[in-house]
Design a protein around this ligand. Structure first.
Ligand SMILES: CC(C)(COP(=O)(O)OP(=O)(O)OC[C@H]1O[C@@H](n2cnc3c(N)ncnc32)[C@H](O)[C@@H]1OP(=O)(O)O)[C@@H](O)C(=O)NCCC(=O)NCCSC(=O)/C=C1/CC=CC=CO1
Length: 267
């Protein structure tokens, strides 16, 4: 039987995805990545799911890429890629890109160590909430590699270029208090209530129009690379789509109906 390395629960439109390899602090093995991709694609395309919470089982959030797998790869013949021609790099990029671009809010609920690719995986989410047990370590440097999970894109945007360089070059551990101060994590929570708090936050973040949320997220994700003029233009285009949406029509009608009841007028 296939080991269930990813667990997905959906309740009230909020998906909670658990990395489930607690004995290895949820280090991302190739098998886990295969299941992770399938679950993320499901969450991305299922319109009944409005938001995602990502967390880890046990003591860790995610200890990064599986170091035992790195050792196996060093033994493999040069040029071997596997996975139907898809290299590991492409599969890593796919997971990080799904988290970053899926048209609904994503929240990392960091319950323990987020190291290497695990730290980048938290950063790829829109928001981070963390418990006292959380820590963030860009440990790639200790394995002689660079952050390939998006850390070199996301971290400077959260902490500034110089601090990102310091954290990535040193690979030092950042505990909760510093993570809050630097803006690596947005919120803090108790370990016991972390996931419930994240789920509640996800519900708050996703109760608005799904169309407006999806379009807004896409433009915001690009906003640091676009000019003001381009952002205005994309905003106008997006508004054209929002104007034709059921959510826009219904919310306008509901507002006006409430106002006419209050004022005793009929429309
Ligand atoms: C700080 C830690 C994450 C957690 O510390 P602690 O809670 O004290 O737990 P440990 O006793 O150290 O570990 C428990 C068991 O888990 C195994 N384990 C931990 N991390 C990994 C890992 N990344 N890969 C494989 N196995 C892991 C550990 O060996 C223990 O197993 P046993 O009980 O059987 O001995 C701490 O564990 C830690 O610092 N881990 C290493 C962090 C790390 O170096 N991560 C990789 C960074 S590089 C990366 O993420 C990117 C890539 C990209 C390229 C290719 C492939 C992979 O990664």
């Amino acid at each position: 039987m296939t080991e269930q390395l990813i667990e997905l629960e959906v309740a009230d439109g909020i998906a909670t995805l658990w990395l489930n390899r607690p004995e290895k602090r949820n280090a991302m093995s190739d098998d886990m990545r295969t299941q992770f991709i399938a679950a993320l694609e499901h969450v991305t395309y299922d319109k009944a799911i409005r938001a995602l919470v990502l967390t880890g089982r046990g003591k860790g959030f995610c200890a990064g890429g599986d170091v035992a797998g790195m050792e196996r790869r060093m033994q493999a013949p040069a040029g071997e890629v596997g996975f139907n021609g898809w290299s590991r790099q492409q599969r890593v990029h796919h997971t990080q890109s799904l988290l970053h671009t899926m048209p609904k809010p994503t929240i990392a609920a960091v319950n323990g160590a987020a190291s290497g690719l695990g730290a980048d995986t938290a950063l790829a989410c829109d928001f981070i909430i963390a418990s006292d047990a959380a820590s963030f370590t860009w440990s790639y440097i200790h394995r002689g590699i660079v952050p390939d999970g998006g850390g070199m894109y996301f971290l400077p945007r959260r902490v500034g270029l110089s601090k990102a360089k310091e954290l990535i070059f040193s690979g030092r551990k950042v505990e909760l208090e510093e993570a809050l101060r630097l803006g690596i994590t947005d919120r803090q929570s108790d370990a016991e209530t972390l996931v419930a708090d994240a789920q509640r936050w996800a519900a708050e973040m996703s109760k608005g129009s799904a169309t407006a949320l999806a379009l807004g997220k896409t433009i915001l994700n690009q906003s640091f690379e676009l000019s003001a003029h381009q952002v205005f233009a994309q905003g106008s285009q997006a508004q054209g789509i929002c104007y034709t949406s059921t959510e826009h029509r219904e919310s306008v009608m509901a507002f006006l109906a409430k106002s006419s009841v209050k004022n005793g007028t009929t429309r």
